[in-house]
Design a protein around this ligand. Structure first.
Ligand code: SMO
Length: 761
């Protein structure tokens, strides 16, 4: 009976480790991925790709391909070359743009760049024909010392004075390899121009269906109203499916021209060659310290590679890395220079973490070097510098406002769970017996969840409660977690809520499934929309029951009142009446449809502390991560089982980057790691023993109090592992290691000692 209790979020379902509603279909082969979409008369597209990193096209011979039986057409420039441009998010001022070559007219700028597209009745025919396409080219030198595409600085305080006053100065240069955002499902696209409906239907394995629709509209010069983009089941993305690709545009163009469905299923090698890549920056920093180990000032220089075209979020990794500095630490004086440059490679964009991992690596390597310089324990030097819990909201030297957190508690709890002091004793004992082992710590911050998302809640004619979100999904279990939020606001069961996402025809405009924003922002939008929907429905129910709205209570199936006698209306009743009764329909809208755009008051900052334990084989250099202890703070956790899954998955990818992964281009710009034979990803045997913990400091900047968690494993885990490996090799004179920590690299380091100036002693 108590209406005020309905109006605060009752957390009956939020916080429960509910099993995923999505899984029954997925584990019984009933998932619907792009390649599962079957339409009659479908044609298949394959791409002829450049073998050269940079060349001028003299001529392109497509005749043999065109003459092949089964080939319908070959798309080639200049026609597609004159198409429009996909959007680039200019997150840094004065950022240049680069051409977005759907197909190159005269200039090839990377190996793997599509140079023509073959449409045929079968994919195998299209592939055979694409292999017959020959470009006569004139090789030209690779880009070198280009003007930066972006340059940005953060300056605060008096860094020169800080360094002049310093008792100690420590330095590090970190080379981040490029890595691939390997999703289980490679890129895929299907398009069907429906001539009768004058509608372009596009099924895309994407994180950002609405953005894909605007990009396609701009590229094809078509109204957005004539484009419907559907992200069906998406088999992982990790940032690699956040932007529209030239291939996607060509699939759509082919269907527009041929008025038949056209499908592309990208191969793994095509993803390695032409999907966006992550990381790749070279980052140097120096930290000034007083005699107690307090951080006085930070200088840093961040150089980012960008590849040959700019995906939507091209500048985000660099921007994030710079603005995440100086991490979770108090350090008011900074001088940070950030630059990004084009290169004759695949585009570089966001990948799980998107700049946050690089910031954490820089600060955590510097903190370890500082500990060494002062003869302090690595945990102790961090403790002395962490932003205190009572300092929030806290404005950093790079201008970010950290919303909330308790970093000292994270460190303390991680130390407790790790049995830190005993673990150090054990390490020393093992070391004395000739074993090579180490312990490493990383504390990190993780900005996530800023800006807006939208949601729509309605009651369908059959009484189904539908909540549509502008955020989409890529396998995170969004349908379950969102249903928990909506169910709490309606005081019903999550199974009764149908979550609609990923379809521009039925979902309100949104940003998408990226940047760890879907729960804090998308979830908050759903909560607000559901509350508005609930109050609208309550007024209607009160009218129909001739009751005081204040005296209506929500039950699992609808509204109820006991005054003067017990009576109620189910959602099914309401759905029927709201459509049958013209007056009610006019006043409350069909199905009480409620639309809400929610804008967060500020950004939510997750944080965490990772302690890694490693052993290195003295004979072979092979590194084993024995145990990872990790305490994360993601604010309100909607579904702890899904959150834990995100932690484990992110950790696996962070571990892969730390131990194994590396995209290699040779000096001619050839990618020499274009398959899983050459590019190693972690397997189950690489996974260490995990001890996971959490604290929950809610974000004051969104109504759920939630923060992100999906990228955290890539942020803190690599830094902790690298610190542990350097610690393990300390007896060998090693002061620095870059990822990946391969057996060969560690073996050489043991033979020769290693510092960041190279292998030497
Ligand atoms: S790297 Mo994420 O998909 O923003």
């Amino acid at each position: 009976m108590d209406r005020t209790r309905d109006q605060v979020l009752r957390t009956q379902w939020v916080g429960q480790p509910l099993r995923r509603f999505e899984d029954a279909a997925l584990v019984t082969g009933k998932g619907q991925f792009v390649d599962d979409i079957k339409l009659p008369e479908t044609l298949f597209i394959e791409f002829a790709r450049s073998n050269h990193a940079r060349a001028l096209i003299v001529s392109l011979n497509t005749t043999d391909a065109e003459n092949m039986p089964g080939v319908i057409t070959v798309l080639r420039a200049p026609e597609p070359g004159t198409l429009g441009h996909a959007a680039v998010n200019r997150v840094l001022p004065d950022m240049r743009t680069l051409p977005f070559p759907v197909l190159p007219v005269s200039e090839i700028n990377a190996v793997g760049q599509p140079i023509a597209a073959v449409v045929a009745t079968r994919a195998s025919v299209a592939a055979d024909a694409a292999a017959l396409i020959e470009a006569e080219i004139e090789p030209v030198p690779l880009w070198e010392d280009e003007e930066p595409v972006y340059r940005h600085e953060h300056k605060a305080g008096d860094v020169s004075a800080a360094f002049a006053a310093a008792e100690h100065i420590v330095r590090v240069t970190v080379e981040h390899e490029r890595v691939a955002p390997v999703a289980l499902e490679p890129r895929a696209a299907m398009a069907f121009w429906d001539e009768g409906a004058q509608m372009l239907n596009v099924w895309l394995s994407t994180q950002t269906p609405h953005r894909a629709r605007s990009d396609l509209a701009a590229i094809l010069n078509l109204s957005e109203k004539k484009i419907r983009v559907i992200a069906p089941d998406v088999g992982g993305a990790f940032g690699g499916k956040a932007s529209l690709y030239p291939e996607d545009a060509l699939v759509a163009l082919a269907s527009l021209k041929l008025k038949r469905p056209v499908k592309w299923r990208g191969s793994r090698t095509e993803d390695f060659l032409a999907a966006t890549q992550g990381r790749g920056a070279t980052i140097s920093g120096e930290l000034a310290l007083d005699r107690d180990g307090k951080f006085l000032g930070l200088r840093a220089r961040l150089d980012y590679p960008l590849g040959h075209w700019l995906p939507y979020s091209a500048a985000v990794p660099g921007k994030n890395a710079a603005r995440c500095l100086p991490g979770p630490y108090v350090c008011g004086d900074v001088d940070i220079v950030l630059e990004g440059r084009a290169e004759n490679t695949a585009a570089v964009g966001i990948y799980r973490g998107a700049g946050r991992p690089e910031a954490a690596m820089l600060m955590e390597r510097l903190a370890d070097k500082a500990a060494q310089a002062l003869g302090l324990d690595p945990a102790e030097i961090r403790r002395r510098n962490l932003i205190p819990a009572d300092a929030f909201p806290y404005r950093t030297a790079t201008g970010s406002v950290l919303d909330s957190g308790d970093y000292p508690q994270l460190l303390e709890l991680a130390k407790q769970k790790a049995g830190y002091d005993d673990a150090l004793r054990l390490r020393n004992e093992r070391r004395a017996e000739g074993e090579v082992c180490g312990v490493g710590i990383a504390v990190y911050t993780e900005p996530c969840g800023q800006g807006w998302e939208s949601a729509e809640v309605r009651l369908d004619p059959d009484g189904t409660l539908v909540a549509a979100t502008g955020a989409s999904a890529q396998g995170q279990g969004r349908e379950t977690a969102y249903a928990q939020i909506v169910a709490d606001a309606l005081r019903t069961r999550p199974e009764r809520i149908k979550i609609d996402h990923g379809d521009t025809a039925s979902c309100p405009t949104g940003i998408g499934a990226l940047a760890s924003r879907s729960t804090p922002i998308g979830g908050s939008a759903l909560l607000k929309a559901t509350e508005q929907f609930r109050e609208k429905a309550r007024l209607c129910a009160a009218r129909l029951l001739q009751a005081d709205p204040e005296q209506l209570a929500l039950t699992e199936s609808g509204f109820e009142t006991a005054i003067p006698v017990r009576r109620g209306l189910t959602w099914r009743d309401l759905a029927r009446i709201a459509r049958a009764d013209a007056e009610i329909a006019a006043e409350f809208g069909k199905g009480f449809r409620t639309h809400c755009v929610y804008e967060a008051e500020g950004e939510a900052w997750s944080s965490g502390c990772v302690i890694a334990f490693v052993t290195i084989d003295a004979e072979t250099g092979v590194l084993t991560v024995d145990r990872i202890v990790w305490v994360d703070d993601a604010g309100t956790v909607v579904n702890p089982m899904l959150a834990e899954g995100q932690m484990i998955g992110g950790l696996a990818q962070g571990l892969g980057e730390a131990m194994l992964e590396r995209l290699v281009y040779d000096e001619d710009g050839q990618l020499v790691t274009a398959s899983f034979m050459d590019y190693a990803i972690p397997r189950a045997t690489h996974m260490p023993e995990l001890v996971l913990g959490k604290i929950e400091t809610q974000s004051p900047f969104n109504v759920l109090g939630a923060k992100g968690i999906g990228e955290a494993g890539c942020v803190g885990v690599p830094a902790a592992i690298v610190n542990a490996a350097v610690d393990a090799l300390k007896p060998f004179g090693v002061t620095h290691l870059d990822m990946p920590l391969t057996g060969e690299k560690l073996w050489s380091a043991m033979q020769n000692g290693m510092t960041e100036e190279g292998t030497k002693r």
